[in-house]
Design a protein around this ligand. Structure first.
Ligand SMILES: Nc1ncnc2c1ncn2[C@@H]1O[C@H](COP(=O)(O)OP(=O)(O)OP(=O)(O)O)[C@@H](O)[C@H]1O
Ligand SMILES: [Mg+2]
Length: 147
């Protein structure tokens, strides 16, 4: 079952992400989906503030995996956009980088999906046609089978 949030402005989007960071629980995995520029990294920035961390969140495009330790829970932020093949997922141990005791947020998660077992929250960010800088967030809870 999907829940749809309509967020007509950047500040409402940031408030939503902040609230999600405040509520997140140990072991949660979030898949952040949506086209380039839809707000996946922006979501992580406000999410971290909601977790009580003032760490600067950068786009992990060049590092692929960033770990943040200053918030209420440890956070791992991944951006798998540059991974082209499944074997790269394993060579840098992306599945093993999921934080069991913290929260994991994954941009461009497609290549990781076959390796994840258990519950995942999927957030898809879409444009909101009637508001220029608005976003629609489709939220779904899934249980992945790990293969
Ligand atoms: N309502 C909104 N929600 C989210 N971002 C918005 C909104 N309005 C404007 N923006 C801007 O859109 C941009 C979103 O960029 P961001 O890097 O978060 O996208 P992304 O989904 O991570 O892209 P990529 O796939 O390239 O990593 C930011 O510059 C942000 O300020
Ligand atoms: Mg990004």
């Amino acid at each position: 079952m999907a829940e749809v949030k309509r967020l007509p402005s950047l500040s409402e989007f940031e408030a939503f992400a902040f609230e999600m960071g405040g509520k997140a629980q140990a072991g949660q995995v979030f898949f952040l989906e949506g086209e380039m520029g839809m707000g996946k990294t922006t979501f992580v920035q406000s999410f971290m503030k909601g977790m009580g961390s003032s760490e600067v969140v950068s786009s992990p495009t060049f590092r692929i995996i960033h770990a943040y330790t200053q918030g209420r829970l440890p956070v791992v932020h991944m951006d798998l956009y540059r991974l082209k093949r499944e074997k790269e997922v394993l060579s840098i141990d992306v599945p093993g980088s999921i934080s069991p005791e913290g929260v994991t947020l994954v941009e461009w998660p497609e290549l990781l999906k076959p390796w994840v077992k258990g519950p995942v929250t999927m957030l898809e960010f879409l444009a909101l046609p009637e508001a220029e800088n608005g976003r629609q967030v489709v939220m779904k809870s899934l249980v992945l089978g790990g293969g």
